[in-house]
Ligand binder design. Structure first.
Ligand code: DAS
Length: 326
């Protein structure tokens, strides 16, 4: 292969999964090594030189701080390597949005960093893995992919890390962007951006720390007691994200307990358990010391609050600015 020099960091997931049958419902993620994946890709005649490293062979439900640390170090090294023009991370889809957003906030935007996965294992009929991978190679090798932060490529769509959410449990078209939809469209034969790069030349927004403070997500429900909040604080949460009802609401007892937590120095972010829609600030937030998640869902709100705390940003006004930012 010739063309742009791209590093491929493999972590497992369904894109590397095998069922042992084209029609089986069950499969094991992380069965195909990066060498086999790149061997398959070589047969497609992609215009890129791909160099792979296997960092893990796991489902993304098991990805967390230890692997994030390894990935962050490796990508930082690739960013500093003049010979490398783009980086692809193969990843399970379940937590892809969290890894993408964490890297997005802690890396400069100088080179394309692309996450890619699949909803169907490699040996399933109609498998989406190799097409998604070929698309990711096209995006990672495109100069215009820089300056957009970390991107996720799935089902011919290119999403920005801040927008993207897994919105379906099955089917190849499982991801959505909110508040923006896809920022581009890609096929193995074409690539179209829907607008110019919006983060050109940006430095990392936050320093990466392997050990970040514990932040718990509290999923709100009808009849939720304030004890759910107090239990989380007692068990060591240093910050709380409410996956609230509607626009970040909760029963009065929960709001009271959250206000007490915020007053005692445990910051509280109000997000929503609803898949789409903004959670804006409301008048009580000033009094209660709450932060509104705006367009971020609970999972990414948790990561942003961890980053803020790890970087020593404890003032709710500054925290709100980080949630307001695009
Ligand atoms: N096994 C899940 C994961 O690794 C599903 C997937 O990859 O699509 O996230």
């Amino acid at each position: 292969m010739t063309g742009r020099h791209i590093k491929v960091f493999a972590t497992g997931g369904t894109i590397a999964g095998k069922a042992g049958s084209a029609t089986s419902r069950d499969y094991i993620p992380g069965q195909i090594g990066v060498d086999e994946l790149l061997g398959e890709a070589a047969r497609l005649g992609l215009q890129a030189t791909l160099v792979g490293t296997q960092f893990a062979s796991i489902g993304s439900e098991d990805i967390g701080p230890a692997l994030w640390h390894i990935l962050h170090d490796a990508i930082s090294g690739a960013m500093a390597d003049d010979a490398c023009q783009g980086i692809i991370i193969t990843h399970g889809t379940d937590t892809a949005e969290e890894t993408a957003f964490l890297l997005d906030q802690t890396l400069p935007t100088a080179k394309p960093v692309i996450l890619v996965g699949a909803m169907r294992p490699a040996d399933a009929v109609g498998s989406d893995g190799m097409r998604n991978f070929a698309n990711a190679v096209g995006v990672a090798g495109d100069e215009q992919a820089a300056g957009r932060g970390v991107l996720l490529v799935m089902s011919d769509h290119i999403f920005a890390a801040r927008d993207v959410r897994k919105a379906r449990t099955e089917g190849v078209d499982a991801f959505r962007g909110f508040p923006r939809g896809p920022v581009g469209h890609v096929t193995p034969a074409s690539l179209e951006w829907f607008g110019p790069a919006w983060r050109m030349g940006e430095a990392a927004r936050f320093a990466f720390y392997p050990d970040m403070p514990r932040v718990s997500i509290l999923y709100a429900y009808a009849g939720m007691p304030g004890d759910d909040v107090r239990d989380a604080v007692l068990s060591g949460a240093k910050g709380l994200v409410l996956a609230g009802l509607g626009q970040g609401n909760a029963p009065a007892a929960v709001r009271e307990a959250l206000a007490q937590a915020a007053a005692s120095g445990v910051p509280v972010v109000r997000a929503s358990r609803v898949d789409q829609g903004l959670v804006d600030r409301e008048p009580d937030d000033d009094e209660n010391g709450f932060v509104a998640a705006r367009a971020l869902g609970p999972a990414k709100s948790r990561i942003l609050l961890q980053l803020l705390l790890a970087n020593g940003i404890t003032d709710p006004i500054r925290q709100q600015e980080a949630f307001d930012r695009r």
